[in-house]
Design a protein around this ligand. Structure first.
Ligand code: AMP
Length: 221
């Protein structure tokens, strides 16, 4: 780094599905001047534009599988190059140790925000959504439950769960996080850049993430 150069933040946010990562990320972006690079958003953009990578990615995502490391890494590193001059928040990448190693070769991560939400809380949150299929009405057992358990308020008809909200599917996603992504936390812990935020409520975790980042960047929100 040359004299007078600004130390650019190189951050990653991690957390299992249902950990509130989406909410926390959008709050970070609102409060701090950094570039948010989300692998999921980038993939969806490529799928919408039907790029070569987008078409390939769709076949994996439709099967609920991770995109192969080499494709994912190529896509993200190409995008990273265009953002080099900014503070950075990576989201959804790296999700595996090989991705973290490939990233390391071009960009040294200095901060990893880990949302450490208990397994039971996540399971409960992810399976709380029920829908009335005819109308599309959505209920959440935690914050807008139906008046009669399991029944639609207007018609009295039974509610159902979407396939990807069913306990067995939720378990599959959580297991994949444990197997593939948990080791990435360990990888960063060993590098001394992991900062874990434990809690069961996003609104209680957020102030801690906020004050932590305030030690690194000015709040512009
Ligand atoms: P997300 O919006 O982060 O949940 O990403 C949606 C889907 O894109 C995931 O379920 C994966 O199939 C794929 N995906 C996103 N990021 C990655 C990554 N870093 N490695 C492999 N697959 C990914």
């Amino acid at each position: 780094m040359g004299p007078g150069a600004v130390q650019l933040l190189r951050a990653v946010i991690m957390g299992p599905p249902g950990s509130g990562k989406g909410t926390i990320s959008s709050r970070i972006v609102k409060h701090f001047a950094l570039q948010h690079l989300s692998s999921g958003d980038l993939l969806r953009e490529n799928m919408n534009k039907r790029t070569e990578i987008g078409v390939l990615a769709k076949s994996y995502i439709d099967q609920g599988r991770l995109i192969p490391d080499d494709i994912m890494t190529q896509l993200m590193l190409r995008e990273l190059k265009t953002l080099e001059q900014n503070h950075l928040l990576l989201d959804g990448f790296p999700r595996t140790v090989p991705q973290a190693e490939a990233l390391d070769k071009v960009c040294s991560i200095d901060t990893v925000i880990d949302l450490d939400v208990p397994f039971e809380t996540i399971q409960q949150r992810l399976t709380a959504r029920w829908i009335h299929s005819a109308s599309g009405r959505v209920y959440n057992l935690d914050f807008n439950p139906p008046k009669v358990p399991g029944m639609d308020d207007d018609t009295g008809e039974p509610l159902i769960q979407r396939d990807d909200d069913k306990p067995e599917t939720v378990m599959k996603r959580l297991k994949s996080y444990e197997a593939e992504t948990r080791p990435v936390l360990e990888y960063y812990r060993q590098k001394g850049v992991l900062k874990s935020f434990a809690g069961t409520e996003t609104n209680k975790i957020w102030p801690h993430v906020h004050s932590f980042l305030r030690t690194k960047l000015p709040d512009i929100g």
